[in-house]
Ligand binder design. Structure first.
Ligand SMILES: CC(C)(COP(=O)(O)OP(=O)(O)OC[C@H]1O[C@@H](n2cnc3c(N)ncnc32)[C@H](O)[C@@H]1OP(=O)(O)O)[C@@H](O)C(=O)NCCC(=O)NCCS
Length: 184
């Protein structure tokens, strides 16, 4: 059990008040600011688990479900969902609380893959994950499943680039909103 750490050991909560300088022309908080907060939170969570410096390797699609507004408190809840050899998948849920209306809304959720690095800036092994409830088992399983799907799609991309002929591409895109005007 020495080399396994429970999810609770690295669970991280970071909160920040949204001030006017974070807003865009529409008065809402910049998506980029929220992404930056998510990256910082993922870093803290991953480093707590790894006990080593970590880098962000990839970020799963981030859908913005609702905007955060100036004056709201944005709170990010992060926990380790999965670990490989040197990689750590951190799940992050972002909530925004409006003190005036007392409404708390879910603004986004995403998954960051972080990789632990040694002193020579090479990936280094991380402790395993001790799963202590059914939700943690489900999240671990889902992350593993997504990792396999990503591998499948990456192979498909390679196949498309190397195998799909121009004629086949034309056939597939012919009813899409594009106009093909080849110069030669
Ligand atoms: C991420 C990085 C360390 C991977 O290095 P690498 O030489 O490809 O290392 P490996 O192939 O041995 O992969 C190491 C681990 O990272 C994972 N990994 C690498 N690229 C990944 C990606 N794009 N998405 C998810 N996981 C990835 C591998 O699956 C492997 O996981 P495992 O050890 O749990 O099996 C390297 O690409 C890098 O340093 N990228 C730049 C990171 C950065 O600058 N981030 C922004 C600022 S922090």
């Amino acid at each position: 059990m020495d080399n396994f750490k429970p999810v609770s050991d690295s669970a991280t909560v970071i909160a920040e008040l949204m001030i006017p300088s974070y807003s865009n022309f529409g008065g809402k908080i910049h998506g980029g600011h929220i992404l930056s907060l998510m990256d910082k939170t993922a870093y803290v969570c991953a480093v707590k688990h790894a006990g080593a410096y970590c880098v962000t390797a990839s970020i799963e699609t981030v859908d913005f479900l609702a905007p955060a507004e100036v004056g709201e408190l944005v709170t990010l809840y992060a926990s380790v969902n999965y670990v490989g050899k040197s990689s750590i998948v951190v799940g992050i849920r972002v909530m925004a609380e409006n003190f005036k209306t007392q409404v708390v809304k879910h603004t986004n959720t995403s998954y960051f893959t972080m990789v632990a690095m040694d002193e020579d800036h090479k990936p280094t092994p991380v402790p395993g994950l001790l799963l202590t409830n059914h939700n943690e088992v489900r999240r671990f399983y889902e992350a593993l499943h997504k990792k396999e799907l990503k591998k499948y799609y990456r192979n498909e991309e390679v196949r498309i680039k190397s195998e799909v002929e121009q004629k086949e591409m034309m056939e597939v895109i012919k009813n899409e909103r594009c106009l093909v005007q080849l110069a030669e």
